[in-house]
Design a protein. Structure first.
Length: 196
């Protein structure tokens, strides 16, 4: 889980893995590393079924770019991750885990920092490189009140209401967060959406 205040600065990140599928991930994170959520207005989180890489804290989401300014959660599979990882290593990037999500975060960060483009443009540039499926949520401390979400082959749903906006890869996750969905407008994401 990564959260941030509207004033930006550093993100607060908590990562925890568990091989026990029955364990409540939100309860587990609260017990292991409570978040100081007072004043935090944006956050991303992901419960991950380990399809790439082992079940370790290093492979848990969110993943960050080299600067630590960008955090990404991802549902899907990037088939050309090894090719992109190799290119980034040749440019001097280091990797701490084994997941395709870390490759995504580093590539977006490369375009953001190296190309001097905003987080939306950096995400769009990275998307052009990906072969596979993805549902992404991207946040950047340079843009503390913005969240970039996009999908290709993996669904994303957006719940919009008076108290906030929520994005999930499965509508049942929105029910867990929001209770009943009857008062929320839920729609399936079809293209890149920028939310401010």
């Amino acid at each position: 889980m990564a959260t941030m205040t509207p004033s930006g600065g550093n993100m607060h990140i908590v990562k925890k893995s568990s091989p026990d599928l029955k364990e409540d991930p939100i309860k587990m994170v609260r017990e292991v590393a409570p978040l100081p959520l007072t004043g935090h207005s944006i956050g991303i989180a992901h419960t991950r079924w380990a399809t790439v890489g082992s079940i370790t804290d290093k492979n848990a989401h969110p993943h960050t770019d080299a600067s630590g300014k960008i955090a990404v959660v991802h549902n899907g599979s990037i088939f050309n991750k090894q090719e992109i990882r190799k290119e980034l290593k040749e440019l001097g990037y280091n990797f701490y885990g084994q997941t395709d999500t870390e490759v995504i975060a580093k590539l977006i960060g490369h375009y953001h920092e190296g190309g001097k483009v905003d987080i939306r443009e950096a995400t769009k540039k990275a998307m052009k490189r990906f072969q596979g499926t993805y549902g992404l949520a991207v946040m950047c401390s340079d843009y503390p009140e913005e969240l970039v979400v996009t999908c290709h082959g993996s669904p994303l749903y957006i719940g919009v209401g008076d108290d906030g906006t929520f994005v999930a890869s499965n509508p049942s996750a929105l029910e867990i967060i929001l209770g009943t969905l009857s008062s929320w407008g839920i729609r399936k994401l079809q293209r890149l959406i920028y939310m401010a």
